[in-house]
Design a protein around this ligand. Sequence first.
Ligand code: ATP
Ligand code: MG
Ligand code: NA
Ligand code: MG
Length: 308
Amino acid sequence: LKTTSTLNRREPVEPAGRTANKINTFLLLVLHFVVVGICRQQISFVILSEHDYTMNFAGYPTFKGQVLNGDQLWDLIEGLEANNLLYYTHLLTGYIGSVSFLNTVLRVVNKLRSVNPGLTYVCDPVLGDEGKLYVAEELVSVYREKVVPIASMLTPNQFEAELLTKSRIVSEQDGREACNIIHAAGPSKVVITSINVEGELLLIGSHQKEKGQPPEQFRIPIPKIPAYFTGTGDLMTALLLGWSNKYPDNLGKAAELSVSSVQALLVRTVEDYTRAGHDCQSSSLEIRLIQSQDDIRNPEIKYRAEIR
Ligand code: ATP
Ligand code: MG
Ligand code: NA
Ligand code: MG
């Protein structure tokens, strides 16, 4: 926590293009604290991303460390197994850049489920944003055909939901239908973290409580802040995991709490950069996580799930 608070106090730096979207260890560690902060001792979980060994953020001028490959990941899993440490209630996956790592993640899910059949697998299918892929094209079909079917909850953005359902999403109705397609493939909970409809953001949530039954769906309108942020998708998925564990039968409430935390944090982030004389539209902003601890632990609900 000390390291992360230091990182968060850094002067704003220019991100190096789209690499700024890559998840990093710093963020993974913080997300660990986010989930633990919400759930206390109720859960045990693993977060996996291909950047587990990267010691800082790929958007900084310099970053060090290696990317963990699939074999190295499996090695760690074997080490845990040898010590009888493979019982987990939750698995969260974020950015994964290679088919080899993703295939190992599939093996890991099977392994963890053989130890705990009740494992909740929350998958953020990080593929791209705003019409642009930021992983190799070959990952898309692996996600669609192998990963999505075994996920418990999926948290795509608009573009990712389109890729995974082979559909176009330009309206709320399209978003709801994409959720139905995803339910049919496997996951009982889907949150499309945002779709852009006429300049405003709309979160679409969908919970299919019983297979074959119509899901309960809702939307949360979110006013768009004119800035780009790094880490919002990761934070959103971590919060959804945490609050869904607390409210397993109320995805709407979990999403209200998550959106309210994220928005409070984004407002603080913009204020902080503005105070430092930074033009918030000139580069992507690092979210102010540590300074927003109270908003993460105990958000004031300002955004409501609308059921229609
Ligand atoms: P990332 O690019 O970090 O992977 P994502 O594309 O996966 O994010 P988004 O849906 O873009 O996911 O963002 C996640 C959440 O962050 C949204 O639900 C929204 O609450 C918040 N958010 C992101 N950008 C903005 C913004 N400019 N204005 C308001 N809210 C935002
Ligand atoms: Mg986005
Ligand atoms: Na997302
Ligand atoms: Mg994302």
